[in-house]
Design a protein around this ligand. Structure first.
Ligand code: TPP
Length: 318
């Protein structure tokens, strides 16, 4: 018997892959998350709708969908259509902020960590004021981003003030064309937690159940007022840094090793071993792909954003 979460997680991972591939094929500046689906779903699965999420720019859409975002409106952002949540005014990775999410909108790496920590501070203030607020914030970011000053300032403050936040490093081992050993002196991501006096835990990011166990334990800790944690989800980016990047800077040997560890294939094999039928899994895969294809077909028919959408009506109060 596999973990009861796995089948549902598999469905989200399949949707994530179909969506990531189609977004990358439709927008050359998309940052594809292929290979990182286990890390993304394992991090954000099982949170409450009122918890705040601040996902990495690589693979944010599935996290928005997990909390009820409309697929067509997200696709509209990728295609620059009038129905997008952003109406053409922000990066395509943005999303519906009313669903308690902090989208990655700034070009500067790490800035969303400060904003996410600010959200955790606001929850802590409410608790201090006697309000029963046990929400938590979960923020994810890349391994290259861990060297930003923003990371240090955010985590240090969260540790000192025991803020209800969980930081998850989506470690895909590359920062564009640079391999991890060129910007980190060894496997030190989790070890950094000790410098802030907070728990640091590592999980195989291609095993969403194992990762989710760690994240959920850290979330419970944060909910109980015990402060932040740092979790490292070790994974690998199977596609380019952005859609048009052929990733010629890495070896085919390295790529093939990680293709053997494809999180979808691993989850699928586990589900098969636990008795899930081939037909059932194929039906999930066909259905999620069809959902994505149909959304793109519908949204392509809509008008492009124009001057009316780029006006100032939602910028200034009338
Ligand atoms: C402050 C800053 N420095 C550099 C860049 C250019 N840049 C964009 S993405 C990126 C790589 C980030 O790597 P990582 O955090 O590991 O995330 P990944 O893209 O691998 O998911 C870099 C260096 C930037 N956007 N902002």
């Amino acid at each position: 018997m596999s973990d009861p979460r796995l089948l549902d997680m598999y469905r989200w991972m399949v949707l994530c892959r179909a969506l990531e591939r189609t977004c990358a094929a439709s927008n050359p500046r998309w940052f594809p998350a292929e290979g990182e689906e286990g890390a993304i779903v394992g991090t954000f699965y099982g949170l409450r709708p009122d918890d705040v999420i601040a996902p990495h720019y690589r693979g944010p859409f599935v996290t928005y969908l997990m909390r009820g975002a409309e697929l067509d409106r997200l696709v509209g952002q990728v295609l620059g259509k009038v129905n997008g949540y952003t109406r053409g005014r922000a990066t395509p990775f943005s999303g519906p902020v009313h669903l308690n999410l902090i989208p990655w909108v700034a070009a500067d790496l790490g800035t969303s960590l400060s904003v996410a920590t600010g959200a955790a501070l606001s929850i802590a203030y409410r608790r201090e004021a006697g309000l029963a607020d046990d929400r938590v914030v979960v923020a994810s970011f890349g391994d290259g981003t861990i060297n930003r000053g923003d990371f240090h300032e955010a985590v240090n403050l969260a540790a000192v003030w025991k803020l209800p936040i969980v930081y998850v490093c989506q470690n895909n081992q590359w920062a564009i064309s640079q391999p991890l050993p060129t910007y980190l002196p060894g496997p030190v991501i989790v070890e950094r937690a000790a410098g802030y006096g907070i728990p640091g835990l590592a999980a195989d990011g291609n095993d969403p159940v194992a990762l989710n166990d760690l994240v959920q334990a850290a979330v419970a800790r944060a909910r109980a007022g015990e402060g932040p944690s740092l979790i490292e989800a070790r994974t690998y980016r199977l596609a380019g840094h952005w859609a048009e990047d052929t990733a010629s800077y890495r070896s085919s040997e390295e790529l093939s090793v990680w293709k053997q560890r494809d999180p979808l294939a691993l989850a699928r094999a586990r589900l098969r071993r636990s008795g899930q039928s081939e037909a059932e899994l194929t039906a999930i895969e066909d259905r999620e792909k069809r959902v994505v294809d149909e959304a793109f077909r519908r949204v392509r028919e809509l008008p492009d954003v124009g001057e009316a959408e780029l006006g100032l009506d939602e910028v200034y109060a009338s």
